[in-house]
Write a protein that binds this ligand. Structure first.
Ligand SMILES: [Zn+2]
Length: 243
C-alpha cells in the first residue's frame, strides 16, 4: 500500500489562492475549494496574469477579456466571489521583487491563514517539465508568505495601505510531485467539473474532445490519483509548507 497522505489542517477560516493563470485552480484544486467554501470558509483568488497568451486563435487583448470573464465564472461556481488580476504578462512572468511585492500586498489585504498556490517545482514529476510562470509564481508565493509579515520589506507608506500580516500558517502547493497532505472531496466532483467547464473558450481551443467529457476525465484522474494515498477516498493532494 502506498504511503498515506496526512489530512489537511482544518483550524483556519480564511485562505488566499495565488496562481499564474486562469484555469490553474480549476484543474482539480477547485474540488477542495468547493468543499472549503461549503464549510463556510472564506477564499479569495489572485491571478498573476489574465492568461492572454493561452488561446492560439485569439489575440492577447481579446483573450484577456474572455479569460478574465471565464475565471470569474469558474470561481463563482465554487463559492468564490473575490477574483483579482495582478497584470503580469502571461508566459513571461519574472520571479523577482516586483512579483513578491504584489503577492505580499495581496496577502496583507486578505489576511489569510492558508495560502494556496501551484506547483513551483521544475517538473510535474518524472520528465514532465513545468512552465516558467508556475515556477515563478509558486516560489514567489512561498517567499511572500514571510515578506507580508515584515513591515520593512515592501513598506507601504500610503495612508490607507494594508498593514503587515504575519498570520500565514501554511502554504499548500497543488499539483506538486511530492504531496504530503490531502483533503477528501466526496460530493464535490460535479461542482469541480462545472467550474473547469466555465473555461469553455480556452478548452474548445485546446482540444477536439467534448468539453464536458474532457473536464470530467481530468478532474476524476486528479482525485483518483490522490485517493490511492488517502484511504481510497476521492481527494485533492497538496505539498504543505508550515510556517
Ligand atoms: Zn497555468
Amino acid at each position: 500500500m502506498p504511503e498515506q497522505l496526512e489530512a489537511m489542517p482544518t483550524d483556519w477560516t480564511r485562505a488566499l489562492a495565488v496562481v499564474a493563470h486562469p484555469d490553474d485552480l480549476e484543474y482539480g484544486t477547485a474540488a477542495a475549494i468547493a468543499r472549503w467554501t461549503g464549510e463556510g470558509r472564506e477564499i479569495f483568488y489572485v491571478l498573476a496574469t489574465r492568461g492572454e497568451a493561452g488561446i492560439d486563435t485569439l489575440d492577447p487583448v481579446r483573450a484577456a477579456s474572455v479569460r478574465e470573464r471565464e475565471q470569474r465564472a469558474s470561481a463563482a461556481v465554487v463559492g468564490v466571489t473575490s477574483v483579482e488580476f495582478l497584470g503580469h504578462r502571461d508566459g513571461v512572468i519574472e520571479y523577482g521583487t516586483a512579483l513578491r511585492r504584489d503577492i505580499a500586498r495581496a496577502i496583507r489585504r486578505h489576511r489569510p491563514e492558508l495560502l494556496i498556490t501551484i506547483n513551483h517545482h521544475d517538473t510535474w514529476g518524472g520528465t514532465s517539465w513545468n512552465t516558467p510562470d508556475h515556477r515563478a509564481v509558486g516560489r514567489a508565493v512561498l517567499d511572500a508568505a514571510a515578506d507580508a509579515g515584515n513591515r520593512w520589506i515592501f513598506p507601504d507608506r500610503s495612508w490607507d495601505g494594508p498593514a503587515p500580516w504575519n498570520g500565514v500558517r501554511w502554504v499548500a502547493v497543488s499539483g506538486s510531485p511530492s504531496p504530503t497532505h490531502a483533503v477528501g472531496v466526496d460530493g464535490h466532483l460535479e461542482t469541480a467539473v462545472r467550474s473547469l467547464l466555465e473555461h469553455r473558450a480556452y478548452i474548445e481551443a485546446l482540444t477536439d474532445r467534448d468539453p464536458e467529457e474532457y473536464c470530467r476525465a481530468f478532474v476524476e484522474e486528479v482525485v483518483s490519483g490522490a485517493a490511492a494515498r488517502f484511504g481510497g477516498r476521492p481527494a485533492v493532494s497538496f505539498e504543505l509548507f508550515t510556517r
